[in-house]
Design a protein around this ligand. Sequence first.
Ligand code: KG4
Ligand code: ZN
Length: 331
Amino acid sequence: MYTLGIETSCDETSVAVLKNLTVLSNLTISSLKAHKKYGGVVPEIANRAHLNNIDKVLKLALEEAKVKIEAIDLIAATYKPGLIGALLVGLNFAKALSVTLKVPFIGVNHLHAHFFSPFLNYKYKLRFPFLGLVVSGGHTSIYQIEQIDKIKIIGSTQDDACGETLDKVALNYGLGYPGGKVIDKLFEPRYKNAFKFKCGKKGLNLSFSGIKTALAYKKNELESKKKRLSLDLKKKLLSSFQFSLVEAIVKTIVEASKTKEIKRVSCGGGVIANSFLRDRLKQEQKKESINFLIPPLEYTQDNGAMVAGLGFYLYNKKGVASSLALAAGSS
Ligand code: KG4
Ligand code: ZN
């Protein structure tokens, strides 16, 4: 079965073609560059970029997959959560294709698609129950998945998402936007305790706004004494920050696994690309015998493949498609 997956919830216009769960192509055009000078995604710019790029990305994805559009059996698209105008572009495009090609359409939750990404290409076997960890620019959530249509949130951030926190701190430290990857590169383990920073944690819920403010205060305090921060001092501050953020995530997901007595955790989202977080999860896997399913880097950021994969699975499991009246939702 050939599934077309369409993702336009934020700044990535992404289209993928899958044969069952095997990814034949996964093409993305990002409007990231256009947002850089604003220090965050500007919805109107993202929406227009999706409109300009979506048919181009579709054409490229079909070409790379060597699949003709008439061969597509199912169209999957993200319908929530995300920027409403951005979602509407992909969702309406998918619905129009479904009507034209006379094939079913299925709406996919973007966050569920993130924790589905480790199952692409049959890297891991899909077995229930499992926990889902989504760490991205817009979300930090833990899910309990009993069945693919029986999912509940058991923990989440109470304020900023972890990726948003990394991005805001990086911007404040003059490292541009988005800064998660830059902080990842600057991280030096020997500096992990150079400063003491702490994330908020209550049960399985996290809070990152306090640590973001602490980093801003520390910078102001140091600059008022020394004027400019040297690269080495920045590394000390940001390594301590990233260490605290990653440890809070790791501690919470290990606690969730123990409390729920579920030893499989499927991970997804842009922040799961973080090298230190990936290493720490591997360490915990050995120590706590929890099986962390970690997607390859290409499926960590927003992508059409994860949407097609979950769409394919949902459609085959439930045997029903979504109504064309399915509305886009920001949350
Ligand atoms: O999943 P994603 O592409 O978009 C959302 O759905 O939000 O995630 C984007 C986030 C950004 O905050 C970005 O800074 C972060 O993922 N990110 C990273 C790394 N690569 C991307 N954070 C930490 N380390 C990385 N290597
Ligand atoms: Zn995402």
